[in-house]
Design a protein. Structure first.
Length: 176
């Protein structure tokens, strides 16, 4: 019986060790691809990022984009990703058509154990994020692991999305 790699565990939705050498090298490769584009943004250099992606429609990505791996990012048609966006894709990120991201939006699929000893060991887990069609996510918003955002939803600038957002809903952040 072959032992699974940490990458295989990660893409299968199991707990994985985020400090594993192979995963660190994969993140470094994605970081270098993003750096090439961010240093000289052009349609030609956009290929450094988009070749990482699991699937891609038509997209505009402004400089400052960062991702962990890229391989679990799936973009629909007419997606606009503004400046300084970060997509941590330890689990799949599915983005529909006609989606707009304001500057500085962060998408986090990865999470860490609440137990300090497990956290120190490098253990991680991740949950997928799905964003429907015709969604607008305001600048500085943070989308937490496992979130689903329905079609036509609007996420307010600087909102921290802590729960699923229904179709056509306007989300301003958690209620106090």
């Amino acid at each position: 019986m072959n032992k699974q790699t940490e990458f295989e565990k990660m893409v299968q939705g199991e707990s994985f060790n985020g400090i594993d050498l192979d995963l660190r090298l994969r993140r470094e490769a994605a970081r270098l691809a993003c750096a090439k584009y961010n240093a000289h943004p052009s349609k030609g250099n956009l290929r450094h990022i988009t070749r990482l992606f699991g699937s891609i429609g038509s997209v505009v990505i402004e400089p400052g984009f960062q991702c962990d791996y890229g391989s679990q990012i799936h973009l629909g048609e007419r997606v606009f990703i503004n400046f300084q966006c970060i997509f941590l894709d330890s689990a799949p990120i599915h983005i529909g058509d006609d989606v707009l991201f304001g500057p500085g939006v962060h998408i986090y699929t990865v999470d860490h154990p609440r137990d300090a000893d497990l956290r120190a060991s490098g253990e991680c887990f991740a949950r997928p994020i799905t964003i429907g069609n015709r969604v607008w996510i305001g600048g500085g918003a943070k989308i937490l692991p496992g979130i689903e955002i329905g079609d036509n939803a609007i996420i307010a600038a600087n909102a921290v999305v802590t729960r699923h957002v229904a179709e056509n809903e306007r989300y301003f952040g958690p209620s106090l």
